[in-house]
Design a protein around this ligand. Structure first.
Ligand code: BDR
Ligand code: CA
Length: 337
């Protein structure tokens, strides 16, 4: 099994990421941290507790991380996820948040949990803005060295006509909200070869179609109804805001699936170096620097005057049906099947 830590901002699709990380038998979920993003830190932290409650995994600890980026005000997405972050259902369980002595030390908890794993075994998955992750590596650089994989949902390269950007024409939400933190991650030479990035170009090939939503609902448990409601809300959002009628892309759990040690999902990958625009007309845009591995590796290791970047794996393709089998199996586990 792979020890995994999930940093998230639930979020309709983050809810599915939590379920996959918590319930796939190949993962041991060490904990969740929350970060500003889809909604306020307070709301996304509540939502993380609520989703864990809905799947009977309140044993997983939750820590609230950063409420805003270092260099900018926080941006939320009520137009996409509603004010709560997971609008669209009245089946979210009520939770009483622990009066937490832990509320301000998410970074320390991440460090402790990840450093307690065997070297080169753990996966850190980020499905929100990268503020917590950047702070973690800045404060405890040994964690970047120690983990095996950092899997991120974020970015957009415009490989597909509908995948250029979802906040601006060129920027994806998670990167747009905190581009400086994202750039610090993509330029960290210690992370060379360790980062897997799921951009919109990939997530827009994995749609929660009506057929998928029906499969999810089969059995009709309270949990399935809640998840189905969430997808119906998300589908309506995608139709209204983006004109996508085939179903909403389920971005975040794909980044969790990318950390699976098993071969249940067929992927094709390329390795590229990435830069994030932090100023100018295209703030939050992710740019592939070059696909020439050797030259990038040299420059990332200190070539003078060259751009610093680690080599990051980005899917060329993913088999969507394989992904749905894995995702729906995690819902079965949550049902106690
Ligand atoms: C990303 O932004 C958020 O709205 C989603 O949860 C996902 O992480 C997609 O751009
Ligand atoms: Ca998210």
């Amino acid at each position: 099994t792979t020890p995994i830590w999930l940093d998230c901002d639930p979020g309709h699709d983050d809810a599915f990421a939590i379920i996959l990380a918590a319930q796939h038998p190949s993962f041991k979920l060490l904990g969740l941290s929350t970060v500003h993003g889809n909604a306020s830190l307070e709301n996304v932290t509540y939502n993380a507790h609520a989703i864990l409650t809905a799947i009977g995994r309140t044993d997983v600890p939750v820590y609230a991380g950063c409420a805003k980026p270092f260099m900018r005000p926080a941006v939320h997405a009520p137009d996409i996820h509603g004010h709560s972050g997971i609008d669209g259902t009245d089946l979210i369980p009520d939770v009483t948040l622990p009066k937490s002595p832990h509320s301000n030390n998410a970074i320390v908890k991440m460090r402790d949990a990840l450093m307690a794993t065997a070297p080169q075994t753990a996966a850190l998955v980020a499905t929100g803005t990268l503020t917590n992750v950047a702070l973690l590596f800045a404060t405890f650089p040994e964690v970047a060295e120690h983990i095996k994989v950092l899997s991120i949902m974020g970015g957009a390269f415009g490989d597909r006509p509908d995948s250029a950007g979802n906040v601006t024409k060129t920027a994806e939400f998670n990167i747009y909200c905190d581009p400086e933190s994202a750039q610090s991650v993509f330029s960290n030479p210690v992370l060379n070869h360790k980062v897997r990035l799921i951009p919109l170009d990939t997530s827009h090939t994995v749609l929660a179609t009506a057929e998928v939503r029906e499969r999810l609902l089969t059995g009709g448990t309270k949990l399935r109804k809640m998840l189905h409601d969430l997808l119906i809300f998300f589908a309506a959002t995608y139709e209204r805001v983006f004109g996508i009628t085939a179903g909403p892309p389920l971005h975040d759990p794909i980044a969790v699936a990318a950390a699976l040690p098993t071969e249940e999902i067929q992927w094709k990958w390329e390795e590229v170096a990435i830069r994030v625009d932090c100023a100018g007309d295209h703030v939050g845009r992710t740019v592939k620097l070059r696909d020439d591995g050797e030259r990038v590796r040299e420059s990332s290791l200190g070539g003078e005057g060259k751009e610093q970047a680690c080599l990051t794996k980005v899917p060329k393709s993913v088999n969507a049906e394989d992904f749905w089998k894995v995702m729906l199996r995690a819902v079965d586990v949550s049902d106690g099947k």
